[in-house]
Design a protein around this ligand. Structure first.
Ligand code: GLC
Length: 736
C-alpha cells in the first residue's frame, strides 16, 4: 500500500479495530500447540479483542498460520492481516550458537548470514517478526539472560546486534561495511521484522537476579547501555521492545522521558515500540500505578504501541479514549506505526508472505551453522596437547558425549532430533574413540531445582561405564565434555553460584586421579567458575551452547580439521565473588600495582586477584600471529586513522582478531579503563602478512562531561592495538 491508501485505511477503522491492533495475544488463543513464553492471566481477553487483535506470538507452522490468517483476514471488517511474531533468538529450525557465543566469532558478516537463514526458515513457516536481537550489555554471569546477549562490551553488542538485525530484515548492505548503511524500506518476502531489545538497561539487574531493579548512573546508562541501541537503530529496526526494569526508579514501559524523548526524539526511532510480556500490567506490581487502567494510561502516554499480553490495553484503553482521558489522536499515532510495519512486510498485498511448505534444513544453512559454531568456540588453554591426531585412541567422557541437548531454552522451534551427538560425529569421521557418559548432566536434586528432566540411565549402564572408566590409564588421553543443563540459562535462570553440576565435578576429579592428559570441553550459557577445570586440564575449550551442528564443530576443532578462532565476548571471572566484572570497569583511586602486590590499601580483594581468570577478547589458536608497523594519525577530516600489519607466524592456517581500544588519559569525569572501538577478524595462511586499517570518527571518542554535555575535544586518548583486552601489541597517545 502507498501512504495515501494506508492513511485512508486508518481513517476508516473503528476505535475497537484500532485498539485491537495495539494488542498482542499469545498463540494459544488460536492454536493450543503454540509456545508459551510467559504467564497467561486468568482473565480471558474480551471477544472483540480476539477478533481485532493485531498480532500473535509463539505460533509456528505454515498450514496452521495459513488457516488462521485466512479466516482472520476474511472476518476482519477491513481485512487487516495478523502479524505472527515469535522469539527466533538464535535460529528457527536450524539452531546456531547462542548470541553470547556468536559474539565470540567477532565475525559480523557470518552472524548476519545466519540471521538471514533464520529469517528464511521462520518466514517459510509464517513468522514475520522476531523478538531479536537482544543487545543488553551483560557483565554479570549470575543473570541467565547473558546467554542471549552479545556479552559485556557495548560496541560488540552494537556491531553484532546490527548485523543480526540486517540479516533478519534483509536490509541492503552498503559496500562500505558496517559504518554507514543504506537500508531498504521494504522487508523482503523471506525476511522478517527485527526487534531491538530490551530497551534498556535490563542487563544490569542488581545482583544478577532476574527481573530485579537496576541501579546505574545516568552517565553509565547513556554511555554504555544505550550505545548498542544507538548503533543498531541506524539499521532501521521495525520494533524496539520496552524492558521490564526501571531506570532511575521509573519503569521503562511507562517511561515517557525514555521512550518518547530519548528513543524517538533524540535517537530518531520511527518504528513500533512493543512492551515485554506483561510489562505494562506490571507497572502495578512496581507500584507506580494504582491499577491496570492507570497502567494503560501511563504506557500509552509513554508511546508503547503494542501491549504484549497484559490486561491493561485490552480492558482499559477503550474507556480511557471514550472518557477523553486519552486523545484518539494518540491511538492513531500508535496504530499508524503498526500499520506501517505491516506494510513494510508487504502483508496487505500478501497476508501469507513468505509461507512455504515444510522446512528442509538446506546444506548451505547447515554449513553456515557449522562455521559459526566453530568460530564461536574459544580455546582458553592448550599445553601442547591439541589438536589430537585421528589415529590416537582417546576416551571421550561426560554426560554430553551421547547427548543431543546442545541447544538452549530459547531454541523454541529447534529439534534435539536434528542434533548429532558427539559419539555420532566421531563415528561419522571414523575416529577411534571410546565414549563414556559417566554421569547425568544434573543430579536428581539439581533437576528439582532447575525443573529439568535428567535422561534416564539404568544402574546397569552406570556399572558398565564405571568398568570402562577403570580402564583409563595414566598415558591415556581423555576429552571430558561437561557443562550446564539447557535449563540453567536463558530467561528466569539466575544463579548464585557459577559451578559446574556436582556429579560432573566428581566425575572430573575421578579422571584427574587416572591421567593428567585431560582436555575439557565446556557447554554453558554463561561464564562459569573454571579454576579447577583449568588447573587440572591440559586444554580447555568453551563452546557455549553450540546449536544443531555443535557436535561436528567440537570434534573438528579437537582434531584440527578446523582451527579455533573465537575470542571471549565476556570475561570469565576468577569466581562468582568477582562479578559484575568487565574489562571496561571504571578507573579508580588506590590503584593496585603489580610491582607492589602486597600493598594492602589499594583497590583489591585480599583473597583473590582483581583480574578475571580469562579476559574479554582473549582466545588461543593453533598457530601464532605477530602485530607490527602500528601507526596512528589524526586526519584533517576529523578522523583518527589506525593501521598495523598482522602476520601468521605459525605453521597452520588460522584467524586472528585485531582489536583496537581507546583509553582516555584524563577527563573531567571518571572514565572506563579502556573501550573497544574497532576490531577486524583476519584469516591468514602460514607466512601470510596483511595490513589492517581502521578509520574512527572523532565523535566515537566523545563522552558526557560533568553536566552531561558532550565532550569530543580537548583531551588525550591512548590508542591501543592488540589481540585481547589484556594483551597490547602497541599503543600511542594522541591529542583530540
Ligand atoms: C519474555 C522476554 C522477551 C520475549 C517475550 C516474548 O518475557 O522477556 O525477551 O521476547 O517475553 O516471549
Amino acid at each position: 500500500m502507498n501512504e495515501k491508501q494506508l492513511k485512508h485505511l486508518l481513517s476508516e477503522m473503528s476505535l475497537r479495530e484500532k485498539i485491537g491492533q495495539m494488542i498482542q495475544l499469545t498463540g494459544v488463543y488460536f492454536d493450543e500447540q503454540a509456545v508459551l513464553t510467559g504467564a497467561v492471566g486468568e482473565d480471558l481477553p474480551p471477544e472483540w479483542i480476539i477478533k481485532y487483535a493485531g498480532s500473535v506470538l509463539g505460533m509456528i507452522g505454515a498450514d496452521k498460520i495459513y488457516e488462521v490468517q485466512k479466516k482472520y483476514v476474511e472476518e476482519h471488517p477491513h481485512h487487516i492481516p495478523l502479524l505472527f511474531m515469535a522469539d527466533i533468538i538464535h535460529g528457527c529450525r536450524t539452531i546456531f550458537p547462542i548470541p553470547l557465543g556468536q559474539a565470540c566469532s567477532f565475525h559480523p558478516e557470518l552472524v548476519r548470514k545466519a540471521a538471514m537463514s533464520a529469517a528464511s526458515e521462520a518466514s517459510s513457516q509464517g513468522i514475520k517478526a522476531t523478538f531479536s536481537p537482544m543487545i543488553d550489555v551483560s557483565r554479570d554471569p549470575r543473570w541467565g539472560r547473558i546467554m542471549e546477549s552479545f556479552g559485556e562490551d557495548p560496541y560488540l553488542n552494537g556491531v553484532m546486534g546490527r548485523a543480526m538485525l540486517e540479516g533478519y530484515q534483509k536490509s541492503e548492505i552498503s559496500k562500505d561495511g558496517y559504518e554507514e548503511k543504506h537500508f531498504s524500506r521494504e522487508i523482503s518476502d523471506d525476511g522478517m521484522a527485527g526487534c531491538l531489545k530490551h530497551f534498556a538497561g535490563y542487563g544490569a539487574v542488581n545482583a544478577g537476579r532476574e527481573y530485579n531493579d537496576v541501579e546505574i548512573s545516568q552517565r553509565t546508562f547513556t554511555e554504555q547501555y544505550l550505545k548498542p541501541f544507538r548503533m543498531a537503530l541506524k539499521a532501521r529496526p521495525a520494533m524496539v521492545m520496552s524492558a521490564f526494569n526501571a531506570i532511575d526508579r521509573k519503569p521503562v514501559s511507562g517511561n515517557k522521558e525514555l521512550l518518547k524523548h530519548v528513543l524517538r526524539e533524540q535517537e530518531g526511532f520511527e518504528g513500533v515500540i512493543i512492551s515485554d510480556w506483561g510489562s505494562i500490567g506490571q507497572l502495578e506490581e512496581q507500584r507506580v500505578v494504582s491499577g491496570q487502567k492507570e497502567a494503560a494510561y501511563a504506557a500509552a502516554e509513554a508511546g508503547v504501541d503494542i501491549d504484549m499480553m497484559s490486561p491493561a490495553y485490552m480492558f482499559w484503553l477503550e474507556e480511557l479514549v471514550k472518557n477523553g482521558d486519552l486523545p484518539e489522536a494518540l491511538i492513531d499515532e500508535c496504530v499508524w506505526r503498526i500499520l506501517e510495519m505491516k506494510n513494510r512486510l508487504g502483508l496487505f498485498e500478501n497476508p501469507f508472505s513468505g509461507i512455504k511448505q515444510n522446512i528442509v534444513i538446506s546444506p548451505d544453512v547447515k554449513s553456515t551453522a557449522f562455521q559459526l559454531a566453530c568460530e564461536s568456540c574459544v580455546l582458553l588453554k592448550n599445553e601442547n596437547i591439541l589438536p589430537l591426531k585421528h589415529k590416537e585412541k582417546v576416551f571421550w567422557v561426560g554426560p554430553y558425549v551421547k547427548s543431543q541437548e546442545l541447544l538452549s531454552r530459547w531454541a523454541i522451534f529447534g529439534k534435539h532430533s536434528d542434533v548429532d551427538t558427539i559419539q555420532e560425529a566421531l563415528n561419522k569421521k571414523e575416529i577411534q574413540a571410546e565414549c563414556i557418559q559417566g554421569c547425568s548432566i544434573l543430579s536428581d536434586e539439581e533437576c528439582k531445582i532447575w525443573q529439568a528432566k535428567a535422561p534416564y540411565v539404568t544402574e546397569k549402564d552406570y556399572n558398565t561405564e564405571n568398568l570402562s572408566l577403570d580402564r583409563i590409564g595414566a598415558d591415556d588421553t581423555v576429552v571430558m565434555v561437561l557443562g550446564e543443563h539447557e535449563a540453567q540459562s536463558g530467561e528466569a535462570a539466575s544463579r548464585a553460584f557459577l559451578s559446574l553440576p556436582k556429579e560432573q565435578m566428581e566425575l572430573f576429579e575421578r579422571i584427574t586421579e587416572r591421567t593428567s592428559r585431560i582436555i575439557t570441553v565446556i557447554l554453558t550459557g554463561r561464564p562459569l567458575d573454571l579454576r579447577r577445570i583449568s588447573e587440572k586440564s591440559r586444554a580447555v575449550l568453551i563452546v557455549w551452547r553450540p546449536g544443531t551442528l555443535g557436535a561436528e564443530a567440537i570434534v573438528s576443532l579437537i582434531y584440527g580439521m578446523e582451527s579455533p578462532s573465537g575470542k571471549l565476548s565476556v570475561s570469565i571471572p576468577w569466581c562468582v565473588g568477582q562479578v559484575p566484572i568487565s574489562y571496561w570497569d571504571m578507573t579508580t583511586g588506590h590503584l593496585f600495582s603489580k610491582s607492589n602486590p602486597d600493598d594492602r590499601f589499594v583497590s583489591r580483594y585480599m583473597d583473590i586477584p582483581n583480574t578475571p581468570l580469562y579476559p574479554f577478547g582473549y582466545g588461543l589458536t593453533y598457530t601464532s600471529f605477530e602485530i607490527s608497523d602500528f601507526h596512528v594519525y589524526a586526519a584533517e577530516n576529523e578522523n583518527v586513522c589506525v593501521s598495523c600489519k598482522v602476520e601468521n607466524t605459525g605453521a597452520v592456517p588460522g584467524a586472528e582478531v585485531i582489536q583496537c581500544y581507546a583509553e582516555t588519559i584524563c577527563a573531567p569525569v571518571v572514565r572506563p579503563a579502556k573501550e573497544l572501538i574497532r576490531f577486524k577478524k583476519v584469516f591468514l595462511k602460514p607466512g601470510e602478512k596483511i595490513g589492517v586499517n581502521f578509520t574512527v570518527g572523532c565523535e566515537k571518542f566523545s563522552f558526557y562531561g560533568k553536566n552531561m554535555e558532550r565532550i569530543n575535544r580537548g583531551f588525550q586518548v591512548r590508542i591501543i592495538i592488540g589481540n585481547s583486552s589484556s594483551n597490547e601489541a602497541d599503543s600511542c597517545v594522541i591529542q583530540l
